[in-house]
Design a protein around this ligand. Structure first.
Ligand code: GLY
Length: 316
């Protein structure tokens, strides 16, 4: 008798969790459940922080990061800064399963691999995301004279404005759109998956914590799995997900382990400091999550759930 099946996820994972738990109830693997749940999140056009419809980088191109980690083996597969493929989580799975000599492919190499594996390319920038992107890049009323030409993508002034915008947009309001899904299947295997379009208006080529083991994603079946959303650079600097799992290994309860990580991240000096959130799941099915802002939530579905159950995250 194991603690599974259970699947948990960050804000907006509700687009995928019902499909994930349905698979787990049929005896599917945690890997299948996490991939299926995240593919649905990547297809959610109302979510502008993941998959198709994600907000683009400073050059107007959507670049996606995603990763999967398996608890029993600590096998890791990930892609970073992938353009033109709508399901980066599935390319991450292909890296995990078909390219075991590597963990992470980025940019052109990841796109070459996706093509080689037969994934279908698609246009990721929706009209709505493009509109949001252009609207946000309109010069503000106090813009300097030269910035009036900012609408044309690609030139140096545009890039500088994008950098200025990243500054202006901090701290980001509302939860970040990166999506974490963690599942424990009937056999007792655990998988953690993360998918994101990353920080909007980011420098082209920027890869965040979602694609990196130990930072946005970590899973060790001895202790549990964890994942992060929010300002990836902070999670990268403290190795956020690994810190949470280290807390579980020390015997901290799930909420406490999440809080311990955020407490460490809060000590960092960062001019772009913004919300960082984390959640975790243990091999015996306990879960917890933390945020620095109050009112943040996460989602849970178990074998007996009739709908997505929403839990409050503890606050640092
Ligand atoms: N945590 C997602 C990112 O920073 O891209």
């Amino acid at each position: 008798m194991t603690a599974g099946p259970i699947i948990i996820g960050s804000e907006r994972s509700e687009a995928g969790l019902p499909a994930g738990i349905a698979l787990l109830r049929q005896g599917a693997s945690a890997l299948d459940a996490v991939e299926a749940a995240l593919r649905l999140c990547e297809d959610n056009l109302d979510d502008h922080y993941v998959g198709t419809g994600g907000l683009p980088n400073a050059r107007g191109e959507v670049e996606l990061d995603a990763s999967l980690m398996v608890g029993s083996t600590r096998a890791f597969g990930a892609v970073g800064a992938v353009r033109n493929y709508p399901h980066p989580i599935s390319i991450a799975r292909a890296v995990l399963e078909k390219l075991p000599q590597h963990c992470l492919l980025v940019g052109e190499g990841a796109e070459l691999f996706a093509q080689e594996q037969g994934f279908e390319p698609a246009m990721l920038l929706t009209d709505e995301a493009w509109h949001l992107f252009r609207e946000a890049l309109q010069p503000s009323s106090d813009a300097v004279e030269g910035e009036k030409t900012l609408a044309a993508p690609g030139d140096d002034v545009y890039r500088l404005a994008a950098i200025e915008l990243v500054n202006r947009f901090r701290p980001h309001e509302g939860p970040w759109g990166t999506i974490n899904v963690l599942a424990l299947d009937e056999s007792g295997e655990m998988v953690v998956g993360v998918s994101t379009s990353g920080y909007p208006w980011k420098y082209p080529g920027r890869v965040g914590d979602s694609a990196l083991p130990g930072t946005g994603n970590y899973c060790d079946l001895r202790y549990g799995g964890a994942a992060c959303t929010g300002r990836g650079e902070m999670s990268m600097r403290v190795t956020g997900a690994r810190l949470v799992v280290d807390g579980l290994a020390r015997g901290e309860d799930p909420n406490e382990a999440c809080r311990t990580m955020l407490a460490d991240a809060s000590t960092l000096r960062d001019d772009f400091k913004a919300e960082l959130r984390t959640l975790c799941l243990t091999p015996d099915g306990r879960h917890g999550a933390a945020a620095t802002q109050s009112g943040a939530t996460y989602n849970v579905m178990t074998s007996s759930s009739t709908a997505v159950e929403v839990f409050e995250r503890v606050v640092l």
